[in-house]
Design a protein around this ligand. Structure first.
Ligand code: ZN
Ligand code: ZN
Length: 363
């Protein structure tokens, strides 16, 4: 779909005009993929303020580049950043914006040394800002990633019983997502059972599941580069009163966060819609992380929905809403969905792409 990528490049080129830059050197992998269609661990794009861009990658990706980005000039090089910076110099592009937030100190020095007479300056995270608002093709891929995630969750539920280890449950989720068409898991799958549920990013262990556990699973499928990210907490056996109460609190906060996620809503206000409920219930100190984050070509991308966030949501921004309450020594609950803000609904409500039940399942 080269025309989609050309339209994205045109938006990036409009940003170049505002910076009075002759060109930008795009080096962040997800940004290169977004603007060209090429998925490569070693590629960069030199995009002039007007005209055709120049894509560089090494020989391993040459055929993929010709297939995925036929409308771009292609340079085959091992050191893609310096090669393109040198080319900018040869073409007389003297003011070169770069993704300094993505470069190492050494990488920046190599680019600078390759282009004498060229002035480098920061492009900031402008491509990431463009990426926050998804186009239709991206929303379709994100929905497909979420569908695989939902199906895998439904398929592993019957496996959950006393004695199964956290690690085996995580492996079953990963395996099932692969069978259902995922490229790979979006990130290292989290399975946290019993007291381990108090650690928001617990690494699955050899702990066997026990009756009386709450079990938190945080996982997602990557599909065509797009990342799903869903969390569900289930009970093994009949939940105790404190577990039901905790679950109800988090579920209520999660619904409030989803309802607040509308076009024009301040990020901080969306966070507060969920956080205030948890704080009023006396658990403010047990919810330390942000409410959510953008999700797309990366699991965590702009915008961050947290208590220190500035900025607002817009139509077609995809974000997670994932409050949690973590009680040291006892366990925790987190519930997370991927949603698309606005998404064309008349009343501005978000479309929730992860549709697995949020009722407390007692397995
Ligand atoms: Zn997650
Ligand atoms: Zn998340």
């Amino acid at each position: 779909m080269p025309e989609i990528h050309a339209a994205r490049r045109a938006r990036a080129q409009a940003q170049l005009g505002e910076l009075d830059a002759d060109a930008v050197l795009v080096t962040a992998g997800p940004n290169v993929r977004y603007l060209t269609g090429l998925a490569s661990s070693n590629a960069a794009l030199l995009l002039p303020a007007a005209g055709t861009g120049l894509l560089a990658t090494d020989s391993r990706y040459e055929l993929a580049a010709r297939r995925d980005a036929p409308d771009l000039e292609l340079a085959v090089a091992r050191f893609v950043g310096p090669a393109l910076a040198a080319e900018a110099g040869r073409r007389g592009w003297r003011r070169l914006a770069a993704e300094t937030h993505d470069l190492t100190v050494d990488g920046y020095a190599e680019i600078d040394a390759a282009a004498p007479g060229v002035t480098l300056f920061s492009f900031d995270e402008k491509v990431e800002e463009l990426r926050a608002v998804k186009d239709r093709s991206e929303l379709e891929l994100l929905a497909a990633a979420c569908r695989i995630t939902d199906l895998a969750f439904a398929d592993v539920l019957p496996l959950i019983r006393p004695g199964l280890t956290e690690r085996a449950l995580a492996a079953a989720l990963d395996h099932r997502m692969g069978e259902l068409g995922a490229d790979r898991p979006s990130f290292d799958t989290i399975v946290a059972s019993g007291p381990n549920g108090a650690l928001p990013h617990h690494q699955p262990s050899s702990r066997p599941l026990r009756r009386g556990d709450l079990i938190t699973m945080d996982f997602g499928a990557q599909y065509a580069g797009y990342h799903a990210d869903m969390t569900r907490t289930v009970a093994l056996g009949e939940p105790a009163d404190w577990q039901r109460d905790l679950y109800e609190l988090v579920a209520t906060a999660q619904r409030a966060g989803c309802t607040a996620a509308r076009p024009g809503a301040g990020l901080r206000e969306v966070d507060a819609a969920a956080r205030d409920l948890i704080a009023e219930a006396g658990h403010g100190e047990h919810f330390g992380h942000g409410l959510g984050h953008g999700v797309g070509l990366e699991t965590h991308e702009a915008p961050l929905i947290g208590y220190g966030s500035t900025g607002k949501l817009e139509d077609c921004i995809s974000v997670t809403v994932e409050p949690g309450v973590y009680l040291p020594g006892r366990g925790g609950v987190r519930i997370e969905d991927v949603l698309v803000v606005g998404a064309g609904t008349a009343d501005g409500a978000a479309q929730i792409l992860t549709t697995s039940t949020k009722e407390l399942l007692a397995l």
